[in-house]
Design a protein around this ligand. Structure first.
Ligand code: MTE
Length: 300
C-alpha cells in the first residue's frame, strides 16, 4: 500500500493486553486517534485508552447467537471455527475457496487501534489485529468493472441458536463500494489485544470499517463476492428507512428514532457524560474524499 499508519501511542494505563501490544509497533488510524499523540509522541489521551478485554468480549452484537448484549459471549462457543474457509468469487481472476490458515500465511498482520461506533450510539476503542482487506482482494485479483464487494457470514443453525428467529433474513450480509473496501483503513480483523478473535467478536475473521456504523463490520465471514451491482445488505433489507447502504458515522444525520450527535462510551459508567460523535467517527481526513459531491443525508 502507498501508506500505513504508525504512531507512538502509549497504553501504559490500559489493560495488560494493551500494555503488551505497546511494547510492539502499534498501528492506528490517525484522525481522531493519533494526531494529538503524533504531535507529542508518547503522550496518551484518555480518549485513546482502549476498552478492556472484558468489555469488548462481553458487550457484543452478534444476532446469530441472540439479540442480548451478553448472548454472543454465552453462546458463540457453539460455533466451530476450524477448519474455516472463505469463498472469494464473482469478478475476480482467481475465484475459489481459500483456507483461512493459508490466507493468514499470505497476509501482513498489523495492530490497529480504532474507534468503534455502533449505530445504537454506544462506542468503544478496540485494538484489532488483522490485515488490509485490499491485500486479500489483490490476492484474488479484482477484475475491471467490479464496483462493489459483498460479504456473507456463516449460517449454521445447529451452532447458532439466534438464527431460529427471523430477526433478519439470514445469512447476515454486508457490502462496501470497491473504493471503500480498498481503503487502507479497512481491515479484516483476525484478533483483538494480540489474541485470536474470540468467537463472539466474529472468529476467525471479520470486517472492520472504522468510519462506518458497527453493523457494517460483518463477523465470521465465509464469502466475499466482487460485483458491479450494489449488493443487498441485511439491515438495509430489514429497514431501509433506518439503515442505509453507506452508514457512515455522521453526527448531523440522525437515526429516525434517536440522535446520532453523541455517544456513550462503554465502560464510562452509568453516569458518565455522553461524548460528541465525530464526523466519519474521527477519520474524516482519511475518508471524506471518498464521498465528495454526495449528499450524505440522502446516501446515509
Ligand atoms: N455480524 C454478524 N454476522 N451478525 C451481527 O449480528 N452485528 C453487527 C456487527 N457485525 C453483527 C455483525 C453490529 S450491529 C455491531 S455493532 C458489531 O458487529 C459489533 O461488534 P462487536 O460485538 O465485536 O463489538
Amino acid at each position: 500500500m502507498a501508506y500505513r499508519w504508525k504512531n507512538d501511542l502509549t497504553l501504559a494505563d490500559a489493560t495488560p493486553e494493551a500494555a503488551f501490544l505497546n511494547r510492539r509497533q502499534i498501528m492506528a488510524g490517525m484522525a481522531g486517534l493519533g494526531l494529538a499523540s503524533m504531535a507529542s509522541p508518547g503522550v496518551a489521551s484518555t480518549e485513546l485508552e482502549p476498552n478492556t478485554w472484558d468489555e469488548v468480549t462481553n458487550y457484543c452484537n452478534f444476532y446469530e447467537f441472540g439479540t442480548g448484549k451478553g448472548d454472543p459471549a454465552a453462546n458463540a462457543h457453539l460455533m466451530t471455527t476450524e477448519p474455516w474457509s472463505v469463498t472469494i468469487d464473482g469478478m475476480v481472476d482467481k475465484p475459489g475457496e481459500y483456507d483461512f490458515q493459508q490466507i493468514l500465511s499470505n497476509m501482513t498482520l498489523e495492530e490497529r487501534i480504532y474507534r468503534f461506533r455502533c449505530v445504537e450510539a454506544w462506542s468503544m476503542v478496540i485494538p484489532w489485529n488483522g490485515f488490509e482487506l485490499a491485500d486479500l482482494l489483490n490476492m484474488a485479483g479484482v477484475q475491471e468493472g467490479a464496483k462493489y464487494v459483498a460479504f456473507e457470514t456463516l449460517l449454521r443453525p445447529s451452532e447458532m441458536p439466534g438464527t431460529a428467529y427471523r430477526v433478519i433474513d439470514w445469512p447476515y450480509r454486508e457490502g462496501l463500494r470497491l473504493d471503500e473496501a480498498m481503503h487502507p483503513l479497512t481491515i479484516m480483523a483476525t484478533g483483538i489485544f494480540g489474541k485470536p478473535m474470540p468467537n463472539q467478536n466474529g472468529a476467525p475473521l471479520r470486517l472492520v470499517v472504522p468510519w462506518k456504523y458497527g453493523f457494517k463490520s460483518i463477523k465470521s465471514i465465509v464469502r466475499i463476492t466482487l460485483t458491479d451491482q450494489e449488493p443487498p445488505t441485511s439491515w438495509n433489507m430489514a429497514n431501509a428507512r433506518e439503515y442505509g447502504f453507506y452508514s457512515n458515522v455522521n453526527p448531523n444525520v440522525d437515526h429516525p428514532r434517536w440522535s446520532q450527535a453523541s455517544e456513550r462510551r462503554i465502560g464510562g459508567g452509568l453516569f458518565a457524560s455522553r461524548e460528541p460523535t465525530l464526523m466519519f467517527n474521527g477519520y474524516e481526513a482519511e475518508v471524506a474524499s471518498l464521498y465528495e459531491g454526495m449528499d450524505l443525508a440522502k446516501f446515509f
